[in-house]
Design a protein around this ligand. Structure first.
Ligand SMILES: N[C@H](CCC[C@H](N)C(=O)O)C(=O)O
Length: 279
């Protein structure tokens, strides 16, 4: 019988990458455990555990593992760079390896441990055509027809990147949800505000679709780096200074590589009563 945690509860890990925080549930060998209802309940920072994303590790054919991502509003996300890095670190430790292959909604990805302990993931090529981002109609993603002349970038999930002189001066809590729900984005969007510090350093702040303001966003960092390079502001390699720490992005021929710190904070067990009430 599949273990659903009804008797013994459901183990989880709490992790973060540059303050972008995650609950991770390992469902390998027992089938999917997470529902939209459980994601919403667990995402509540008062009545659950609290997270920016919930990542569920699954079995995957032809790869070391699979990953499914949930936002705290119960919606799914096609990509999550920082959770991918955190979970890859955990799986590499288990395997005693310095590289792993994984599968997400985006397709096959690869992650590697760097000599300094940070974890790289190749997030794949950016999606730069309006249909794949996706946008509601055929417009130029490099100059979206919205206030502030933002750039649209898909990294397996949609991003709307604004370049501003001063990221601190942006009213993210007001603008973020307004742009997230703009009709130009049929699946809503993640929203970034970025200020150029130098040709290899950018200050960024992010409003995440389905979650709100977060301290960092890996796919968002990739989207900002891609947008900045396409606009001729930076080279292909850039450091992104998020609220919770630094991420580094290197846009190479084989994809957009993202690295940064990873941390496993604690392990816990969701009680059977909580699971019964939340699923
Ligand atoms: N924190 C994540 C991105 C979450 C994106 C999610 N909010 C979406 O709906 O696309 C990251 O490190 O890439």
């Amino acid at each position: 019988m599949t273990d659903t945690g009804a008797k013994t509860g459901l183990p989880f890990m709490k992790m973060h990458g540059a303050g972008n925080d995650f609950v991770v549930i390992d469902s390998r060998g027992r089938g999917a455990q997470v529902t939209a209802g459980l994601a919403r309940a667990l995402g509540d920072r008062n009545r659950g555990v609290g997270f920016d994303q919930l990542a569920e590790i699954t079995d995957a054919e032809g790869a070391d593992f699979g990953l499914v991502f949930w936002n705290s509003d119960g919606s799914q996300a096609g990509a999550c760079g920082n959770a991918t890095r955190c979970v890859s670190d955990h799986v590499m430790r288990g395997l005693g390896a310095d590289a792993v292959s994984l599968v997400t909604a985006r397709g096959a990805l690869r992650a590697e441990r760097a000599a300094d302990g940070r974890v790289w993931v190749n997030m794949g090529a950016p999606q730069l055509d309006w249909g794949s981002i996706p946008l509601a109609r055929e417009v130029d993603p490099l100059h979206l027809p919205l206030p502030g002349d933002p750039v649209g970038v898909g990294m397996g999930n949609p991003h709307c990147v604004h370049f501003v002189p001063d990221a601190e001066a942006v009213d993210l809590a007001t603008l973020g949800p307004r742009i997230e729900h703009d009709p130009l984005f049929p699946r809503r969007t993640n929203v970034e505000f970025a200020a150029l510090i130098s040709p290899c350093r950018i200050r960024m702040r992010v409003w995440e679709r389905g979650t709100g303001i977060t301290l960092a966003c890996g796919s968002g960092a990739c989207a900002v780096a891609v947008a900045a390079h396409l606009r001729g502001l930076t080279g292909p390699r850039v450091v992104l200074q998020a609220d919770g720490g630094e991420l580094e992005v290197d846009w190479r021929d084989d994809g957009v590589w993202l690295t940064g710190p990873v941390a496993r904070v604690f392990d816990g067990v969701l009680s059977p009563e909580y699971l019964a009430a939340s699923r």
